[in-house]
Every structure is written in structure tokens, then in C-alpha cells.
Design a protein around this ligand. Structure first.
Ligand code: ADP
Length: 309
């Protein structure tokens, strides 16, 4: 029997002010233990979806359940299973990290002694234990971000949701957050994060959904999505001079990166020999060639532009 999903969303719709259709019937399922990315450009509907799941935004239609608990019918029970890390840093800068965590847990009814035990555990995990008693204002940007995550973990959520956790932060800070998130996930917490950084989704997540204009345009394991990329790229180093006009090969995009390098894009199933034959006819001698790595970015652009194309 399949496990109860950590998150199950069906046909979720949201219209703001009777006009903006932010979600146009979104369905997705996230399995327990997963590290899941919700990827999409600005305005795609990511925050709206996360907002509805975490009870900050009302839905217009659809269902949401968290570990089988209906988010609309049993809101409080569902919210108890969930931790949320908002995009903006919103703790009191004049409190100490230890107090921020203990008070947060207290607000959710965790007894004091237990809250202190958890605060120590989470601060150590987030590599903030040395900073437990300093004014939060003095923490670095990366530490503040990790403190936000540690705080969300204080209620022992089974599902941790992060809304663009690394938007606008530099790569060092992002790496520190990724490490912490991987550890949290390894300890059994299901994680969903929204991001528009492809590198982040690729680095962290096993499964993903791509959302664009209020619809899920693709969903599945990261590696399957990458394999789906139906175009392959090659780079050719050329011996001698290139002809004045490059050969036209049907279905192939070819351009000279510089006088010695040709870049080519072609359908994955196409026979590369056709390219070599055309090169030979045009008097182009290939010294070496290499495969360009499939970038999630390419996939993303392709998927989200497919209506426009
Ligand atoms: P994302 O998080 O992917 O950037 P959002 O969920 O914030 O996307 O926005 C989806 C769409 O809904 C956008 O067109 C946005 O302008 C609109 N929208 C979001 N929040 C509101 C709101 N509170 N009132 C009206 N329109 C909104």
C-alpha cells in the first residue's frame, strides 16, 4: 500500500480580487521523506500555493491535505504537522537566538524544559550554539537565515516548507543553508521549497514540480525531467578557417561562438552523422567535440515557454 503523502493537493484554484487567476487547478503529491522543489518564475503562483497550504491564504477551490489531514476541515491539526520558513527574516533582532526558539515553542504549547532541550538541539544542528546568547541583531546574514530554519523546526514538524529561502542571498550563505536543510531532511523531515534558482533545485531536491502561470507544467523525479530534455548540445573545435556561410542543416541550430568554435543544438534522436556529412561538404574540419551538459535551465525555459513557442 502506498504511504499517505506528506502533501496532497488536488485541483487547487485561487482567484485574487475576482480577476487574477493565480492558481488554475494545481494538483501535486509529495511523498514522506522527500526533498521537493516547487520551481517557477516570478508570478507563477508559488507563494500563493505555499500560502494556501500553510493557511495564510484562502483557496477559491480544491483540496489540501497534510499527512492525510484535511487542511480546511481540520486546520489546526494539519498546521501542527507543518513548519514554515517565510522569505523575510521576521524574528525580534533584540532577542537572543536561544530565547527566540524557546519562546516560539512556548507559543505552540511546548513545555519550557522540552523547549529548552529542543532549542539546544536545533541551535547545534544549525551551527548556532555558540551564538545562542548573543543579540540576534549581531548575527551574520547566513546565521539569521539558519536561525529562521531552526525556529521552524522547534515544533517538530513532519513537513517543512520554505518559501524562496535563499532569494537574494550570496552563494556562501546558500551553501550553509543547503547543508542544514540536507541534515534536516536526512533526519526524516519532508521538505518542500519554492525557488527560482535552478541550481538550488538541482542540488537539493529529488523531485520537483515546475509551475508557470498558475499551472503545473511538469512534475516528477529530477533526473527524469533532465532526461526529458529533448535537445542535445555539442561544441566543436574547428581546424582552420570556417566558411563564410555555415551549412544549413534541417532541425539543427548552428552558430559560430568564435572563429574556432561551433556550437550546435539538435534533437536528441537525430543522427550526428548528418552533421558530420554537412560539415565535410562545407569544408569544415572538426578537431574535437564535446557534449554540452544538459542544464535544468534549458529544460525550464523550454517547458515554461512551450505555450508561447
Ligand atoms: P510567485 O510566488 O510564483 O512569484 P505569486 O503566488 O506571488 O507568484 O503570484 C501569482 C499571481 O497572483 C501573480 O500574478 C500575482 O500578481 C498575483 N497575486 C499574488 N498575491 C496577490 C494578492 N494578494 N492580491 C492580488 N493578486 C495577487
Amino acid at each position: 500500500m502506498a504511504a499517505v503523502p506528506a502533501l496532497c493537493v488536488t485541483d487547487l484554484r485561487k482567484t485574487y480580487d475576482n480577476k487574477t487567476e493565480a492558481l488554475k487547478g494545481v494538483s501535486l503529491s509529495v511523498q514522506p521523506g522527500d526533498f521537493f522543489a516547487l520551481l517557477g518564475p516570478n508570478g507563477a503562483g508559488k507563494s500563493t500555493l505555499i500560502g494556501i497550504v500553510s493557511s495564510l491564504v484562502n483557496a477559491s477551490a480544491g483540496t489540501v491535505s497534510i499527512f492525510g489531514v484535511d487542511r480546511f476541515a481540520h486546520r489546526e491539526d494539519a498546521m501542527r504537522l507543518l513548519g514554515l520558513v517565510p522569505q523575510e527574516i521576521n524574528f525580534n533582532m533584540f532577542e537572543k537566538p536561544f530565547d527566540i526558539l524557546v519562546n516560539y515553542a512556548g507559543f505552540y504549547g511546548v513545555p519550557r524544559a522540552e523547549a529548552e532541550r529542543r532549542a539546544e538541539e536545533q541551535l547545534k544542528l544549525a551551527q548556532l550554539w555558540e551564538k545562542a546568547q548573543v543579540m540576534s541583531r549581531t548575527l551574520s546574514g547566513g546565521m539569521k537565515r539558519r536561525l529562521m530554519i531552526a525556529r521552524a523546526m522547534m515544533t517538530n514538524p513532519r513537513l517543512l516548507i520554505l518559501d524562496e529561502p535563499t532569494a537574494g542571498v550570496d552563494i556562501e550563505i546558500r551553501r550553509g543553508m543547503w547543508k542544514l536543510l540536507r541534515e534536516i531532511n536526512a533526519q526524516g523531515t519532508t521538505i518542500i521549497l519554492t525557488t527560482h534558482y535552478l541550481e538550488e533545485a538541482e542540488n537539493l531536491c529529488r523531485n520537483l514540480a515546475i509551475i508557470d502561470k498558475g499551472r503545473i507544467v511538469e512534475q516528477g523525479p529530477m533526473r527524469d525531467l533532465l532526461a526529458k530534455l529533448d535537445v542535445e548540445g555539442f561544441v566543436f573545435d574547428i581546424e582552420g578557417a570556417l566558411p563564410a556561410t555555415l551549412p544549413a542543416i534541417e532541425g539543427v541550430k548552428l552558430h559560430a561562438e568564435n572563429p574556432q568554435t561551433l556550437k550546435l543544438e539538435m534533437p536528441r534522436e537525430m543522427d550526428l552523422n548528418r552533421v558530420f556529412a554537412a560539415f565535410q561538404q562545407a569544408g569544415i574540419t572538426v578537431r574535437s567535440m564535446r557534449n554540452e551538459v544538459n542544464r535544468l535551465e534549458e529544460l525550464f525555459v523550454r517547458l515554461t515557454n512551450k505555450d508561447a513557442a
